[in-house]
Every structure is written in C-alpha cells, then in structure tokens.
Design a protein around this ligand. Structure first.
Ligand code: ATP
Ligand code: MG
Length: 316
C-alpha cells in the first residue's frame, strides 16, 4: 500500500480551478469525492451526470485500497503479533487469564467500591509498563490526592525499577479538572506534551473516569447529555489506543442497586452486586471490564466481567 497522499488534482478531469471549487464546498479530499452521489457532484460542478460518475469512480479506484483497508485472517494475526504488547497486572492469576497481561490497543475499565484497589491496580500497570515495555505513562487525575508518587516509587522498587522523574510520567493534576470538559482538555494537553517531548507512551490512565460526569450531570433528565459527552471522551481515547498502541486504563466508581432483582442481574453480568457509574456507554466502549472487591485486609477479588476474548472469571 502506498503511503503517498493523493490530492483532488490527481483525479481524472479535475484541474486546479475545479479543485478549488470543491474545496470551497468542503469536499477537500479524494476520499470525500469517492463517497459522493454523482448527482451531487454534477450539481456542484455544473457537469453532466455521466462526467460526474466518471470522477467519482476514478476517486474510488484511487482511494479505496487506502481508505478502506481489508485484511485476511492471517494478516490480522500477524499484525496483532507484531503490534500488541501485554502489560502484567501484578496478579499471577489475572495475568494467566489475560495470557500474560492486559493487551495494548484496548480500553480496560476497572470498577469497584471505594478502597477496592482500583487506583492500586492502575499504579501496578504503570510500573509494569515502564519496567517491561520500556514505555512511558500518562496519568489524568480527576480527583485530588489519588496520584501518589511515593506509592509508585515503592511499587517500582518492588520490581527493581527506578522511576525517572523527568521522563517517565506526564501527569495532569486534579487541580485543573473540575468538569467533564476540562477533563477532555486534560487528555489533549497530555497528548500535546507527549508529542512535543517525543515520548512513547504505553499506558494512559484516567483516575477516575466517572467522577466528574457524576458530579456534573445530576438529574435523570441530563442522562442523554451525559451519554453524549461520555461517548465523545471514549471515542477520543479509543482512537488514541489504536493510533499509539496504548492501553487506556479507566477507573469507575460503583453505586448501589436498590432492588434485589437488579442486584442479582448485575451479579450475573459482572460478578458483583453494584453497578458501574457511567453504565451502558462505558461498558460498550470498554474492551475489558475488571470488577474489584476487597474481601479482607490482605485479600481482594477480581472478576473479569466483560471481554471479547476471555471467559468471565473470578480470581483472588
Ligand atoms: N502502601 C500500601 N501497601 C499496601 N496496601 C496499600 C498501600 N496503599 C494503599 N493500600 C491499600 O489499597 C487500598 C486502597 O485502594 P485504592 O486507593 O486503589 O482504592 P480505589 O478503589 O482506588 O478507591 P477510590 O474509589 O476511593 O479511589 C486500601 O485498602 C489500602 O489498604
Ligand atoms: Mg482510587
């Protein structure tokens, strides 16, 4: 596949003047021409439908291989093998189920009650990403006090890693984040810094993903707006995951379900009786959901609640 970009002027029958006219109307790439109806194009350029059809066909011919890549099964497996990396979780059992660790190019959502270990698991993924992948970390802190460098240093020591304080982390602290909108800006700010410093980032954490949404969209009547804004965030993060081969780690709080029937349903779906804040939109966009519950001071339980390629499993 050629990496050269083709321009409007490369299409049969389109000179500089015609190209300008198209750009003016917002049709600024051969890809956009390729999906036009010939009638539309004929109307804009004041040409016959037949001539318009020829242009559209030529555009299709020239961009299709590039705009819409299609692969064989073998190629997909090969590509995944080359690209996907696995980040160990720190739990032997979870790693076994994840076949070595949580894969990059995916979104992992960690749900659980207060103090169930969500942030700790996110820390562990950061440390292991630095240690085993030799790739950097972005941390978006949306609630103050959850990013604790001392704890990270301690965890790093446990795997024989010394954190490079200048180069290993980009952190956007909670002090700048007080709405879902500033949370979104925080992602963009972090990505800009990553590009500027030419950093290879393997893990991108948003801790917590849901807190600002919960505080900002209060009434039931705001749910559609909340869902829309959440989808915008998740679309952006999902794109980052594939563009930069990152693992996106989101933490989500849970809330009580009042009726027992609802609790039972939730237990069947996710292993625990409390529902994730952010509900369906977040579940839909997550590649993996891990539900955490603290059993005692030394024991916790993780349930892989939703995964395209793993069974629902309970580990301790
Ligand atoms: N240095 C440490 N060594 C061992 N355990 C620790 C250490 N620091 C914190 N913990 C344990 O981790 C748990 C807190 O987990 P964590 O902060 O990850 O919870 P969380 O699910 O993120 O909660 P929240 O919803 O409040 O953010 C506590 O139970 C605490 O005992
Ligand atoms: Mg936390």
């Amino acid at each position: 596949m050629s990496e050269e970009r083709i321009s409007l002027e490369d299409l049969k029958g389109i000179g500089p003047k015609t190209a300008d006219k198209l750009r003016e109307k917002g049709y600024d790439s051969p890809e956009k021409i390729a999906v036009m109806r010939p009638e539309e194009l004929a109307d804009i350029l004041k040409i016959t439908k037949k001539a318009a059809k020829d242009i559209v066909n030529d555009a299709k011919e020239k961009v299709l291989d590039k705009a819409v890549p299609a692969f064989t099964f073998k190629e997909i497996i090969q590509k995944r093998k080359e690209k996907i990396q696995r980040i160990p979780t720190g739990s032997k059992e979870l790693d076994r189920i994840f076949r070595g660790g949580v894969p990059t190019e995916s979104i992992l959502t960690i749900k659980g009650e207060y103090a169930s270990g969500k942030t700790q698991l996110a820390y562990q993924l950061c440390v292991n990403c630095l240690k085993y992948l030799k790739r950097k970390v972005i941390w978006i802190e949306t609630e103050s006090g959850t990013f604790v460098p001392e704890r990270l240093i301690e965890m790093a020591k446990a795997v024989g890693l010394e954190i490079d304080p200048e180069n290993d982390f980009i952190v956007v602290p909670a002090s700048t984040i007080n709405t879902p909108y500033s949370q979104f800006l925080a992602y963009e700010r972090a990505v800009r810094m990553m590009k500027k410093k030419n950093m290879d980032v393997g893990v991108f954490v948003v801790d917590s993903f849901s807190a600002q949404f919960r505080a900002f969209y209060t009434g039931r009547e705001m749910l559609p707006d909340r869902a829309k804004e959440q989808a915008r965030h998740l679309g952006y993060l999902d794109n980052l995951a594939s563009k930069y081969n990152m693992l996106i780690v989101l933490t989500a709080q849970v809330m009580d379900i009042p009726d027992q029937g609802g609790q039972l349903g939730e237990r069947v779906k996710t292993g625990h009786t409390k529902r994730m804040v952010g509900g369906n939109v977040l579940s839909h966009w997550s590649t993996y959901i891990v539900s955490l519950q603290k059993l005692s001071t030394t024991d916790w339980e993780a349930v892989i609640a939703d995964a395209p390629d793993l069974p629902m499993v309970r580990c301790r």
